[in-house]
Design a protein around this ligand. Structure first.
Ligand code: ZN
Length: 234
């Protein structure tokens, strides 16, 4: 991927998050690993996802120095640098503050896989209580990466979520599906809760297809088309 393509992936990830309702003013970020090992590409701080264009994307190294691009970096860059250090198979990290996921994280409930999007997380989703404040040091980033383990996403109690993937599309789609799954669960709670949780064989039968990357990639291609159409085909 060229430098322009890397910048475009980061901008597109943000547009999709915005058009899926995962904006939180100017906070939250998407990153992609620099293929030359120089750090991560992520947007400059102070801008909402929908305001970001390719020229607002920076290359930040693992000490927080801006190596390429112009603008202030986000203080929580260690979320991205430390997860990508710990998980060499990944290319992208998303950190956002979606309300339904935050509400579920604040409860004592595990995520119940009761929908297709919930099935994406049926092989494990943990809750981390270590970061109600900012994850803005290398040590905090290392602890977050350890809490994530080999999972696809993590709830940060009192804060938000992280979602990861082998591409920006997979990480962004995981973030969107996690928020949707949490919203469905809160709706179920409004009807009195989940009456009959499925047992493991039933779960595997119901949601095996959601664990295949092709499920998330089909959603991602749609989300990307929708975001680009909303920007007038940009
Ligand atoms: Zn945050």
């Amino acid at each position: 991927m060229s430098e322009l393509e890397l910048r475009h992936e980061v901008a597109l990830g943000g547009w999709v998050l915005h058009h899926s309702g995962l904006s939180d003013y100017v906070w939250g970020h998407v990153s992609i690993r620099d293929p030359e090992g120089r750090g991560v590409w992520m947007k400059a701080s102070g801008l909402g996802f929908e305001e970001v264009s390719e020229e607002h994307v920076l290359l930040v190294d693992d000490r927080g120095s801006v190596v390429a691009g112009e603008g202030p970096r986000h203080s929580e860059y260690p979320i991205h640098t430390e997860i990508l250090k710990a998980r060499p198979e990944l290319s992208s990290v998303v950190h956002v503050h979606p309300p339904h996921a935050i509400a579920l994280a604040a409860s004592a409930q595990p995520l119940a896989p009761i929908s297709h999007v919930g099935g994406v997380f049926s092989d494990g989703l943990r809750r981390w209580d270590g970061a109600p404040g900012l994850v803005d040091t290398q040590q905090a980033g290392e602890r977050l990466a350890a809490a994530l383990g080999g999972d696809r996403a993590l709830l940060l109690t009192g804060h938000g979520i992280v979602a990861v993937g082998r591409s920006v599309g997979l990480a962004v789609t995981a973030a969107i599906m996690l928020e949707q799954a949490c919203r469905v669960q809160l709706l179920a709670n409004g009807f009195g809760g989940v009456a009959a949780p499925m047992d493991p064989p039933q779960l595997r039968h119901a949601y095996a297809h959601t664990l295949d990357e092709s499920f998330m990639l089909a959603a991602w291609r749609y989300l990307a088309r929708r975001a680009q159409a909303a920007r007038g085909g940009a």
